[in-house]
Design a protein around this ligand. Structure first.
Ligand code: SF4
Length: 672
């Protein structure tokens, strides 16, 4: 059989948004690689997607609707037809809505796909019309988005393709070698061409090894570090007074809150050398263009929102805007397009109960207004939501009706009453736009789905009909939904580009702040201490909350991304057991050596897994990857077992990296 070649794009939760070339043979995807349409894809993709055929056709793929026959959590099901499964789902949802109100139903979804047909579209319409509780999607980017909106409004940051123009690059709380790999060669080339690289990360990441300066700060101390840099910029006269007077408000408030943070004090709290902080200021003040790539590692602690705000305020104080490659990069998502998925949803968001997904465990324990139905899609909550034991207790409730729409048999599926097989992005049409690479794609399915998998669009379209929620004039087919999304593309430039080249760029793909665009705040100025953020942050914006470590639980357990997975996605393909990494001094103090089995615990829970002594870690910090599956650890727990449901200072996000634990050796050989 002759292979056919197709184009697609990757909607997974990754900033790079790769443009893809996909070979299909005998109805199966046989090869995936990057093509040249994306501005940073540069013809290559990560191993996760290059090997996606293992995900599409592997043993974990769900091929048919499944109805539970065993106890919850056992994972025993029988196959069912779509008609039977939809009847069960529609009847239960209807009964719950009629008996208890729509808010007893909670859709639970995150970034398994960032496509507008899969994350949005008819699913959102369905739950809005049902009057369901709203899921506050806070697992990632909620604190940083709130910080960016407060300081800058909706405005894109520095485009990744502008990094070669920078003379200094700061990578702060971000490890592109694991997530967002295309930035790595861009930075490597910039460094080879003479750019200075500074990395701020508790770990000695691959880019940290390349850096002129690596600040291995304690987790959760980015805020005082950034405030000390501000204080020093002002103290040295290196703050751009003209820029601040012309383009910023809140300058005095920021300066006052930075004032207590001398380099010495911040260095002590952050566990770094004050001379290195002074050097940071030397390098940053002197260089232009200078860009800060702020990652999402910064936000995952009690101070996360304030820390992101303080870091993103640095280019304003130091006057780094107005040149190509100067400023900051966070999420570049929605600011530039002029279109959104809302017209395709065609149902305004109701003011129903909002439930923060970070606190799912608490929500499922609520007996006053119980959640009686949980509908999970694009998400694997048993492994990714804080306080794993609380989540599992909730999912074990006999009176909770749980539906999971998934591609592969995740651990969350085991707790479902009904499991529905889902298509992947290569098996359904998807409209996707990047939050790093500023491009937009409308890609058709390139291969048939195995078994009976349905797209999100198919599933929720069928449920809208079964529950009598369709309305005349709704955009209903994929074509109609996509047409509605693009209705605001008034001059048709996005559609014209997609037709011509299957990829579209916004009118200004890499705008320079204060040259091409102005801040999206009400007065067009950067607000360095927004009243709205000040009002919601505990004790006010830029207030440092100290390390939660105790004598009993002295180690900071952080759970960053790894190259083989996107959160828990693709975890079924990583067969090796999980290992926690410890710094040599911490391992020696506990008699732990490579290959030992260890117990990691705090008051919330415990994880039993292998251990590895790592040279890339500072003492006091241990690393267990996020998104591990049940089979990766000896007791089935993920890092979320020791993460509380506490919220970040802004945005209500999870404090994954505030887990403080003790670790002890339990055996000399790691589980196989
Ligand atoms: S996960 Fe990221 S790097 Fe991998 S193919 Fe998708 S967009 Fe590209």
């Amino acid at each position: 059989m002759v292979a056919t070649t197709h184009t697609s794009a990757c909607p997974l939760d990754c900033p790079d948004l790769c443009s893809l070339r996909v070979e299909v043979e005998d109805g199966k995807v046989v090869k995936v690689d990057g093509d040249e349409r994306g501005p940073i894809t540069d013809g290559f993709v990560c191993g996760k997607v290059r090997n996606i055929a293992d995900h599409l056709y592997g043993e974990h793929r769900i091929l048919t609707p499944l109805l539970r026959v065993g106890a919850k959590g056992e994972g025993r099901f029988r196959a069912a037809s779509w008609d039977e499964a939809l009847t069960v789902v529609a009847d239960r949802l209807r009964a719950i809505r009629d008996d208890h109100g729509g808010e007893a139903i909670l859709p639970f979804h995150y970034g398994g796909s960032n496509g507008w047909l899969t994350e949005g579209g008819l699913a959102t319409r369905f739950f809005r019309r049902l009057g369901a509780s709203r899921c506050l999607r806070t697992l990632c980017a909620a604190p940083s988005s709130e910080a960016v909106r407060g300081l800058y409004g909706q405005v894109p940051g520095v485009g990744l393709e502008d990094y070669p123009a920078a003379k200094l690059i700061v990578v702060w709380g971000c490890n592109p070698s694991a997530s967002g790999i295309h930035l790595v060669p861009i930075i490597e080339r910039a460094v080879a061409a003479g750019a200075t690289l500074i990395v701020v990360d508790p770990r000695r990441t691959p880019l940290a090894r390349l850096a002129t300066l690596h600040l291995a700060v304690r987790p959760g101390t980015d805020l005082p570090i950034a405030l000390a840099l501000h204080r020093e910029l002002f103290a040295r006269g290196a703050a751009d007074a003209t820029f601040l007077a012309t383009h910023c408000t809140g300058v005095d408030a920021l300066r006052a809150r930075a004032e207590p943070w001398t380099l010495a004090r911040a260095a002590e709290v952050g566990g770094v050398d004050p001379a290195d902080l002074a050097r940071f200021v030397d390098l940053y003040a002197a260089a232009s263009p200078a860009v800060i790539r702020c990652g999402w590692g910064v936000e995952r602690n009690r101070n996360g929102g304030s820390a992101v705000a303080a870091i993103l305020a640095l280019p304003a104080v130091a006057g780094k805007f107005g040149v190509r490659g100067g400023g900051y990069t966070m999420s570049n998502g929605d600011a530039a397009w002029g279109i959104s998925p809302e017209p395709g949803i065609a149902e305004p968001e109701p003011a129903t109960r909002a439930i923060n997904m970070t606190q799912l465990g608490t929500a499922l324990a609520d007996t006053a207004a119980p959640v009686r139905a949980l509908f999970v899609y694009n998400c694997n909550p048993t492994q990714t939501v804080p306080d794993q034991a609380a989540v599992l207790r909730g999912l074990a409730r006999d009176d909770l009706f749980t539906v999971v729409h998934e591609q592969v048999m995740t651990d969350s599926c085991r707790w479902a009453d009904v499991v529905l097989p889902a298509t992947t992005f290569l098996e359904h049409r998807e409209v996707r736009r990047g939050y790093g690479a500023m491009r937009l794609y409308d890609s058709p399915a390139v291969a048939p789905a195995p078994g009976l998998a349905w797209s999100n669009h198919q599933l929720f379209g069928a449920l809208l009909t079964r529950l009598g929620l369709d309305r005349a004039g709704d955009p209903r087919s994929e074509d109609e939904v996509v047409a509605a999304i693009f209705a605001d593309d008034r001059d048709g430039h996005l559609r014209a580009q997609l037709t011509a080249r299957q990829v579209a760029a916004p009118l200004l793909p890499t705008p320079r702040l204060f040259v091409d665009v102005m801040p999206g705040t009400a007065d067009g100025k950067i607000d360095l201490c927004p009243a709205a953020l000040d009002a919601v942050a505990p004790h006010g914006l830029y207030h440092y909350q100290p390390d939660p470590a105790t004598a009993a639980f002295p180690l900071a357990l952080i759970s960053p991304a790894i190259a083989q997975q996107i959160s828990s996605t693709f975890g079924q393909l990583r067969r090796a057991p999980a290992t926690v990494e410890l710094a040599a001094a911490d391992a020696a103090a506990r008699g732990i050596t490579d290959g030992d089995t260890v117990r990691i615990w705090n008051a919330l829970g415990e994880i039993v897994c292998g251990a590895r002594v790592a040279r890339h870690l500072r003492p006091g910090v241990a690393v267990l990857p996020k998104g591990t599956w049940r089979f990766h650890t000896a007791n089935g727990s993920a890092a979320t077992a020791v993460v509380s449901q506490a919220l970040t200072d802004l945005g209500g996000g999870p404090c994954y990296n505030d887990a403080r634990v003790e670790i002890a050796r339990v055996a000399a050989t790691a589980p196989q």
